[in-house]
Each structure stands twice: as C-alpha cells, then as structure tokens.
Design a protein around this ligand. Structure first.
Ligand SMILES: Nc1ncnc2c1ncn2[C@@H]1O[C@H](COP(=O)(O)OP(=O)(O)O)[C@@H](O)[C@H]1O
Ligand SMILES: [Mg+2]
Length: 511
C-alpha cells in the first residue's frame, strides 16, 4: 500500500497553445479515421444509478457533505506486516467441515467448528481438539456447547456431560430420548469414582504386560483423585500418604497378591483398610507398629471418612448404579439437587469424582467412537485446591485423545487461578491447563476482566475490545481463537435450540 501524490500542473496549462487532436493530425495527410457510432443515450429511468454522488457527498443538510476530503495517511508495508495494524482481518477462513455454528462477521461467511478436522489439517495451527470457553454468566457459553453437541451428532459424535450443576442439559437429553442420571442427597443414583472402567473388562484375557499397563493407568487415576479429595479437606498429601494409598489400593484390588481379577474398590473400603490395617499393610508402609500406622495416617483417615458422611453420603461411596449407554447421543449426570444445598465444597468434590470417573470411562473406547466430553463450570472444582486443579489437568491430559473432544467452560480466565495465590504453583499449573487447549472461545466479559484476558491469552487491545464491547451486545458473540488465528463469530440458534438452551426461567418468569 503506498500513498501517491499528484502535483497540479494548472499554471503551465494556460501558456500552452491549444493542442491538436488526432483528427487534425490525420487531416494533414488527407485522411480521416472511421468513427465508432456513439451509443444511443439510455433514458434516465432505466439507468441503474441515475444520480452520481461526488466523493464529497451531497451538498444538503443531513446528507454528509464535506467541503474538503479528510487527509488520508499513506503506508507502505508488506502483507506479512499488515496483520499487526489490522489484527482481525482473517485469512482464508476455516474449511466448511463440522458443526455450522453461525457466521464470521468479518467475512460474512458461515463459520464451522470441527476441532478434530482442524487437528488433521496441517494448514490449521491446531494440535489438539480441546476447547476452553470463557464468558460472563448468561453470554451463551452453555448454549454454544449445546448447539455444538446437537450439530455434531450427524458426524457421529456423542456427548458426555460430567456434572450438570443446574440440570440445564436435561431438556436436551430428554429431547434426544435419553433419561438424565441424577445424583444428589437422598437420590438413589450412585457413582463410584474408583470404578475400574472399561480397562477392567476381560482382565483375565489380557497378557501380563497389558495387565501391568492397565493397572498403572487405573491406579494413577485413583491416586490423583484421592489426592485431590484429601487435599480439598485441607489435609496435606505428602509422599508418605501417597505410599500408604498406593499400597492400600493394591492390597484391596488383590493386585499385590497377583489376583487374576481386580476386585472392586470404593472410598469407604479404602477408609476401612486404613482404620483396621492388616499386618502386611503396616509393614509394607514401613510403620513399626499398628499404633504408629494409626498415628501417621490419622489426618488421611479423617479426610476420607468425611467423604462418606455429611452432604456427600450415599453419592460416591458404593458401587456405581449407572451404566452409561454409549450408543445414545448424550449421557448427562445431573447435580442440581446437590448444588441447591449451597455446599460449594461438596459440589467441587462431586465434580472431581465425576471427572475422574468420566476419565476412567473414556480410557478405552472402540475405534470410531467419537465423543464430546463436557466439564461445564469447571471452576467450581478448581477453586477447591491446588490438587483439584492438578486433578482436572490430569483428567484432561490423560483422557484418551483420539476421538474425544474435551470441552471446559469457565467464567473468567482467573477462575483456574483462584486456587492459591497468584504467581504461585497453582497459577502456573492453571496457566498450563489453558495450554492444553488450542481452541479458546472468548465470549462477552466486563471491562474489569479485559486486562487479565489480554495478559493470559496474549490479546491485543483491539481484541480485548471485541470481548468487552462487541461480544457484550448480543448473546452468542465471541472471539474464537483457533491456534493463532482469530475469528469474530456470532453463533446462531434455531428456534428449537433456543427453547432447548433456555436458562433464564428463574429471572424471567414471563416466558
Ligand atoms: N446465540 C444465541 N442466540 C440467542 N440466544 C442465546 C444465544 N446464546 C445463548 N442464548 C440464550 O441466552 C441465555 C443464557 O445462555 P447460557 O448459554 O445459559 O449462558 P452461560 O452458559 O454463558 O451462562 C439462554 O437462555 C440462551 O438460550
Ligand atoms: Mg452456563
């Protein structure tokens, strides 16, 4: 782009003799040129633009007339440099694959979301299909997720909602002919977070090597969960506790005794094993006597005991009564009745249990089994403790990646940072957590969050403005960050989807 300057030569023009035309020149040689017939004038009514308007506008009140044109700045730069000044001018756009979400407001074209397809396409800078969605409550995070789930069904994707704290996925599940699974105080549903999951199936038929591999995966998941659960009760989980829990789990399943089948384990069983330890366990954990074992493991026992009492009693302490039907388009685990008790710690712990259980359920899946695994309002879990952040991090990191799209929704980026002091280890892990997703959808936010967003996501001021201004004007508007590309997208809902995603009943009784 370059500005060109033209110089007026008006002064010299008058001094020159009248110039000769081509006709004058040819007449000197006694010849003439054939003339092209002038086209017949079009009647004014048929003209497409009967009046032309000069660039300075129409000289009339209210018609935008300007006596002089504003001076235009000229720049010269390469096409590589232009995105610095115009960061939101996107390139070719994304290919028309996957869920049709709405439109890209800069190009006017349709906007499609296909995280797995993006990963497979080398020209799109995305290396994992996970998506983090941020937005102020009510801006349309859940609605975007629901629309995505519905629209991915035709591409063979099924959804798993790990903890629906407001029961807002129930309408969608019922519409798809699936009965949501409810867990809560007094409800009959049970989930055992220490479920073996599909890795425990056909155990006897596996080779010793395969059994070893599977056992490591299962024990690691359980350890991570128990660590998170214990730490959320304010109990330190040191390498000593880790050793004790590792031993207990291996004893209880029969793994240390070389059992051909792993026995089912529950949290009360782990607690009971600590409360009346066998001699083997005491010596294995290198305690001198039973009394020394009791003294050493008291905080651990008390923390585990608390999980089997109070508001969580009868939810996560026996064998699972829920058998997910993976052929159905959606599986949702509702937690509203627990959420309504107002016990925030209990909700966080319940989400942690469901996340771990869900990870176990996805550790093995048949080829072509594609799933969208959702953790809505994940901050309810991660604000509990550093270990809770680590547990989510491990669930996301270790989940089977081929075929699964992990979706996580948050209010604001600092939600994962709320566990522990800023700048601390928790904040670092939380930042790493964000790096687990190459796709981030930033929906409307208040000004106060803008700086924080900018810092964490590397946004320019203009991009921050998109979130705090443009995205706040309509629901479903968001800045989509796909790798290092940015898109300004408006998600559109069909009338049916608007009904299925409606979440404002409580504050809008008129509808
Ligand atoms: N793109 C959209 N178009 C129209 N309405 C929308 C859109 N996105 C969300 N809504 C409506 O806005 C309300 C709040 O959306 P919701 O997804 O529950 O917000 P969040 O999860 O961010 O708190 C819902 O009633 C939903 O139907
Ligand atoms: Mg929501």
């Amino acid at each position: 782009m370059a500005a060109t300057k033209t110089r007026s030569r008006g002064g010299a023009k008058n001094a020159r003799p009248a110039s000769r035309t081509i006709d004058d020149l040819l007449a000197d040689f006694g010849t003439t040129m054939p003339r092209k017939e002038a086209p017949a004038p079009t009647p004014p009514a048929e003209k497409l633009f009967p009046h032309t308007v000069k660039s300075s506008g129409v000289r009339r009140m209210g018609h935008g007339w300007s006596p002089t044109m504003p001076p235009l700045a000229g720049y010269q730069m390469t096409s590589e440099e232009t995105p610095v000044l115009w960061p939101l001018i996107s390139g070719d756009g994304l290919p028309p694959w996957g869920a049709e979400m709405g439109y890209d407001v800069l190009s006017g074209g349709k906007f499609y979301c296909d995280p797995m397809g993006w990963v497979l396409d080398d020209s799109i800078p995305v290396t994992n299909p996970n998506i983090f969605i941020f937005g102020k409550p009510g801006r349309g995070k859940s609605a975007t997720v629901k629309a995505f789930m519905i629209r991915m069904i035709k591409f063979g994707y099924r959804s798993l909602v790990l903890g629906d704290v407001k029961d807002e996925y129930e309408d969608l599940a019922n519409f798809l002919g699936v009965t949501p699974f409810r867990i809560g105080p007094g409800l009959p549903g049970r989930i055992n977070p220490l479920d073996l999951g599909p890795l425990g199936a056909d155990w006897e038929k596996q080779t010793a090597e395969e059994q070893e591999k599977r056992a490591t995966v299962i024990f690691n998941r359980w350890l991570m969960l128990i660590r998170g659960l214990v730490a959320s009760q304010g109990v330190v989980f040191s390498p000593t506790e880790e050793r004790v829990i590792n031993k207990v789990l291996r004893h209880l399943t029969g793994w240390s005794a070389g059992a051909s089948r792993l026995k089912p384990v529950t949290i009360p069983l782990v607690w009971a094993a600590l409360d009346s330890p066998t001699k083997d366990l005491v010596t294995d954990c290198r305690y001198e006597s039973e009394q020394a074992f009791f003294n050493g493991t008291r905080p651990l026992r008390d923390a585990l005991g608390a999980l089997c009492e109070g508001s969580l009693q009868g939810m996560f302490d026996t064998e699972s009564t829920f058998e997910p039907d993976w052929r159905k388009p959606i599986q949702t685990l509702s937690l509203r009745s627990l959420h309504e008790t107002g016990n925030k710690v209990a909700v966080g712990i319940a989400l942690m249990c469901l996340n771990s259980w869900g990870q176990g359920m996805r550790e093995a899946a048949s080829a072509g089994d594609r799933r969208i695994v959702l953790r809505d309002e994940a901050w309810l879990q991660t604000r509990l403790s550093l270990e809770a952040v680590e547990a989510l991090d491990a669930n996301l990191r270790l989940s089977r990646t081929e075929g699964d799209i992990q979706l996580v929704t948050y209010h604001k980026p600092s939600d994962p940072l709320s566990a522990g002091d800023q700048g601390s280890q928790a904040a670092q892990i939380a930042k790493d957590l964000l790096n687990l997703s190459d796709v981030r959808i930033l929906m409307g936010q208040d000004e106060s969050v803008a700086d924080e967003l900018g810092r964490l996501m590397g946004l320019s001021e203009m991009q921050q403005g998109v979130i705090t201004n443009w995205a706040m004007q309509e629901k479903g508007r968001a800045l989509w960050m796909v790798g290092d590309q940015r898109y300004k997208v408006q998600t559109l809902l069909t009338p049916l989807e608007k009904r299925l995603t409606y979440t404002n009943e409580a504050i809008d009784p008129g509808v």
